[in-house]
Design a protein around this ligand. Structure first.
Ligand code: FES
Length: 110
C-alpha cells in the first residue's frame, strides 16, 4: 500500500476495549479498539521487556502486564509509574472491515 499504510488485522478480531498483536513488516504492533475506534502502538513497554498486547485495556488506557504501568492508547502518553517514557503510536484507518496502520520507514519500533 502507498503512503506507508499496511494491513494489520481484521477489525472484527479486535473486541471493544481490547488489544491484539499484529506483525507488520517484522515489527510488533499492538492494535486497540476503544469506543469503536482503532488505535495502534508499538507492542513493547518502555519500562521493560513486556508486550502491551498481553495487557489490559481500561477505557483508553493500556495497562502493562508486567508492572502495571499505564499508557494512553490515543497518544502514547505515560500515565502512571513505573512508566515515564511514552510509547510510539501510529495512525490507523479502517477500510472494508480491515484495520490499516501507517508506518513510515523511520517509525520507531520500541
Ligand atoms: S515492563 Fe511495563 S511497566 Fe514494567
Amino acid at each position: 500500500m502507498s503512503d506507508g499504510w499496511h494491513y494489520a488485522i481484521d477489525a472484527d478480531e479486535v473486541e471493544e476495549e481490547d488489544v491484539m498483536p499484529a506483525e507488520i513488516d517484522g515489527r510488533e504492533i499492538a492494535i486497540y479498539c476503544v469506543e469503536g475506534e482503532f488505535y495502534a502502538s508499538v507492542d513493547r513497554c518502555t519500562h521493560g521487556d513486556a508486550q502491551l498486547s498481553e495487557g489490559i485495556v481500561i477505557d483508553d488506557v493500556i495497562e502493562c502486564p508486567l508492572h502495571q504501568g499505564r499508557f494512553c492508547v490515543r497518544d502514547g502518553r505515560a500515565l502512571s509509574p513505573p512508566v515515564s517514557d511514552p510509547i510510539a503510536t501510529f495512525p490507523t484507518k479502517v477500510e472494508d472491515g480491515k484495520v490499516y496502520v501507517q508506518l513510515s520507514s523511520g517509525s520507531p519500533t520500541a
